[in-house]
Design a protein around this ligand. Sequence first.
Ligand code: WT7
Length: 654
Amino acid sequence: MAADQSAKTGADIVPAPPQANTHCTAADYDRLYAQSVSDPDAFWGTQAERIDWMTPPTVISNWDYDPVDIKWFEDGVLNICHNALDRHVAAGKGDVTALIFEPDDPNSEARKLTYAELLSEVSKMANCLKAMGVKKGDRVTIYMPMIPEGAMAMLACARIGAIHSVVFGGFSPEALAGRIEDCGSRFVITADAGLRGGKTVPLKANVDAAIDEPDHETPLDGVLVVNHVGADIAMVQGRDHWYHKLAATVSNDCACEPMAAEDPLFILYTSGSTGKPKGVLHTTGGYAVWTATTFHYVFDYQPGEVFWCSADIGWVTGHSYIVYGPLLNGATEVMFEGVPNYPDFSRFWQVIEKYQVNIFYTAPTAIRALMREGDEPVKAHDRSSLRLLGTVGEPINPEAWRWYHQVVGEGRCPIVDTWWQTETGGTMITTLPAAHDMKPGSAGKPFFGIQPQLVDNEGGVLEGATDGNLCIIASWPGQARSVYGDHERFEQTYFSTYKGKYFTGDGCKRDEDGYYWITGRVDDVINVSGHRMGTAEVESALVSHAKVAEAAVVGYPHDIKGQGIYCYVTLNAGEEPSDELVAELRKHVRTEIGPIATPDHLHLTPGLPKTRSGKIMRRILRKIAENDYGSLGDTSTLADPSIVDSLIEGRLNR
Ligand code: WT7
């Protein structure tokens, strides 16, 4: 059968290898999926039993996409931190290892924390927050390295009902300031500094710089500082507190705040096609059920196994599959501070061998970068513990998929390619390891409860094997509920393009077997190394430079990053293009946003291709950035068609 389908779709099919234990066979998937869409309340009512509720919900779902109002388990009461920690300790699993911390430098000391130890630490941190004046509903910004205290900070907030807003440690003071300001956060949890690939990241100094930003209005009431590397930092009397000092004065016993299912759990900023990053809001009950359920099925986690997700807690992957999903399932997991290429390219495989990792979850960009170094660094380490591999963040090219499967996983491990988004809270489309054959490059089938729909640009529904814009037509428990402080923007961004449907922003192909192939963003968002970047954000960073008149930013294919950032820039009258200015502008973008937004190509041009009404024709800019000059399309509507030749010449010269 597999061979037949392969002939039909032209794609490889890799059969699901048998699993000794599984939570879901092919027959289970068919039965459960059918139930999850025909009677979602019955299905999710059962899944909600994974959670220990203070008051179990009687109402399961209650949502509408027009106008947008999404509620799950609305009369349920719970605390997600209790579910991640206390519950396991109470069940006699206090001695099970929760976190295995592997530091950036392999010669530094690793740490292991059991569930009982983590509970005690989180309770202490929660009491520190209370001592600083943090109350239920307050927003707390977390700007941390990848150390256990980062996860503890999130759980401590959840424990006392504060809303966490984690900002990736690679963001600049400017970007941090915007995210503190937007949600009116008056508290920050940070560290003196972080370590990544042997380099020090001055986190506390960045917090200080953020507060000093001229347009930063909200003063901070408290900053909790974890002493991680012993960096020399400034402490503001009365505002800044060393965590270890404050922790020594509080108890390690802290009651969990009862939270209504729809009480906010966290805000996470993400880029869109327009404007500033949006504070995507997730609430407590639905997110708990969703992350617990997806982790259980997608990774098919079995008690005693060691799980490792190599993401950062600053992204949604870290929220759902480092902090909440694994801990809700009582799993043992690795938390890694470092990067794949430090001290050398075998770091990942060395960690896998050291901790006998069974399930490994990483991004295609890391796989491509490691693949380029050849098989030797991989084969230098024993990977026989691996049972399952996963990828997330961007489409994986079949070549990288095969290398991951054959070389890393020795052809033995199924791969789950998980498609999802900050807004979806957890995995939406994937193959399940024991249930589905895999097709390299395809994310696979919808997870339980997920009803994808492909539509054309006018919103017409497309059936069967086809290409279209990916929408989801029914809510799921982990769906974002709003944009913090701007529900209209939430409606506008996700539910207005195709009325009554959640529009993902992704293009997608569905094949004859009902497998989904994500083809990438169809909006002005680019995906750089699995991180979402709004072209508008980079443009506004560029035009904030005194010498820049206009900027247009597009993505283009990049061997390692998936997409690179290509910037077309025009200068103010009287400014001369130069290599120095190019370097200065690149640096300016890093300062404004952070290193992840560093332009790969900065193209100084005398003009941009515009229509007579002044609209920049991005289609043309994309084609030129892609070095694809044969299909520029109709350029006759341009105000000045000659600009195209000059742009092509500029492109060829670099
Ligand atoms: C966008 C969401 C999901 C957490 C990390 C990124 C792209 C994500 C896949 C995948 C193809 C993928 C999409 C999506 N994407 N996973 N497995 N295959 N594309 O979260 O920053 O919210 O970005 O990442 O384009 O819309 P995010």
